[in-house]
Design a protein. Sequence first.
Lengths: 128, 348
Amino acid sequence: MSANIPGDLRYGKSHEWVRVSGDTAVVGISDHAQHELTDVVFVELPALGRKLKAGESCAVVESVKTASDVYAPVSGEVVAANAELAQHPDLVNSAPYGEGWFFKIKLADPGELDRLLSPEDYLKQIEP
Amino acid sequence: MPVSYTSIMEEHRAVRTAAGVFDVSHMGEIRARGAAACEFLNGVLTNDLRKLPPGRGQYTLLCNERGGVVDDLYAFRIGAEEFLLVPNASRIEADTLWLEGRLAAFAGRGGLELKNVSDEFGALAVQGPKAAGFIDSCFQPGPGAPTSLRKNEVGRFQFAGQDVLVSRTGYTGEDGFELVAPAQMTEALWNKALEAGRPFGLKPAGLGARDTLRTEAGFPLYGHELTENTTPLEAGLGFFVALEKGDFMGRSVLARQKINGTAKKLAAFKMIGRSAPPRPNYPLWSAGENPERIGEVTSGTQSPSLGVGIGMGYAPAEFAGANTAIGVEIRGQRMPALIVPRPFYRKN
């Protein structure tokens, strides 16, 4: 399948995407990731106020068959978590870049964004 | 068989509402033939083969001398003196070795042929409420048809000029048919089933859906609920243990367990409230003021049909009764669950 990798986002090596808006970042998992997982049945999100370090395991996404860790792509404080995923975990599959978002972080160090992958580099990673 | 062709949810739903076809060629076939075949097999299997006329099968277990399960399988009486056993793929070698060992010690073994013929055969399972709508059209018209089989019955039907054994059995809790065909025929039969079944909503289904379906039906899986260290009675399978038929391997242990009860019992449970699904090896805890570790999950998943986490695991008998509250430890947190009767999912 041809990859769906929006050009306005940055990506983590472990398939998270980041959408930056001022000093906050919205985080979710990529279309490639949701496709590999298939049907998401449960999402565990970090608590509001939690301070994350880039690379820290902070959420869990479960499909029928497996539980997978989600890692904070950048450091910061969790300021929002997507409550819709409690009733509709399938949004991660149907709208991974939109309604299937996971959480929002207030960026601790915007410089970390430069360490994320560009859409082109992420594509190279998933389709070498 | 892949984990899924499209998605586990979609394939699971297809089986529950229309039909799914599984390539189960990895399963085994062991043939026993001869005048003493029934007596020999009845001395090593728990269920009573004497109940079977030609053309019928039964679910049964192969036990060791401790009553521990060597395998769970189906035994079909194909003819007056011919039986076909269908063991789990992972136990074909173990079962063959075990049976050959028992055969060597069997007094009436002259004239008895026991052969692992798994390599000669492939198998498909066509399962779901719509399966009966198209299964007959997969075969050449003849005196009988697969839909004339009742549950557990088996017959021979013609496909491309060859015999295919079809039984009205399955591992999903739905109506369905299992087909055993010469190995080189399996692909053509698969394609025929898809062609005949697609108008009815038939989808290819993989290992993932096979597991969610059988878990919903409360069926055990060897290596999870059944091992050489669990007995059929501990697993709640006493219905398939015919203590009254006479002696068989493991009988003395099972007879004692029938009288005294078992220390541990297989329990089925549902997660309460919002929770991640239970998975194999997650610890089980008692509920209440002083929770104790009481066992672990043997099978668990999010139930596609019920939308809730379901699982099975062994616990001390006193914690295994229906409506007992327990805890399932998921990533360090004990989540509430309730013991329920099996099956989790029932038609209507």
